[in-house]
Design a protein. Structure first.
Length: 135
């Protein structure tokens, strides 16, 4: 059974680990769009890919402290499925928010980042649930 302290520690780890991916995401989004003239949706796709690559290992081994290696293939497939779903949703809602709500793309992305982060924490916790804790 998790205590409030251990859950808070897990949330903090999730945020710290996710920060590296988010920083890479925003560097790609802003840098590609502003300096290389890449369409902001394409920049978002590149950034999202970088974010995913950095987060899987950090979330599995550090945030959720799942050291089991026999489930890594299944977990990776589930994590990628989650991420691809977020990627599609992020691109779609980013486009809708910018084109139809006339929001600045960075502001829209900040809102989407918060929503996706909350959903990701919940789903990742289920993906990386430690088998030993179930016993």
């Amino acid at each position: 059974m998790r205590t409030k302290t251990s859950r808070l520690r897990q949330v903090v780890r999730f945020c710290v680990a996710g920060a590296a991916g988010v920083i890479a995401y925003y560097i790609a989004l802003y840098g590609l769009t502003e300096y290389l003239g890449v369409w902001y949706v394409t920049s978002a796709l590149v950034g999202f890919t970088l974010n995913t690559g950095m987060n899987f290992t950090l979330q599995k081994f550090w945030t959720f402290q799942n050291k089991e290696k026999h489930m890594v293939g299944r977990q990776l497939v589930l994590y990628i499925a989650m991420t691809v779903s977020f990627l599609v949703g992020n691109a779609l809602f980013l486009y809708l928010m910018v084109e139809y709500l006339h929001m600045w793309y960075i502001g829209a992305q900040v809102i989407l980042t918060v929503v996706i982060s909350i959903l990701s924490f919940i789903i990742s916790g289920r993906i990386f649930k430690n088998e030993r804790r179930l016993a």
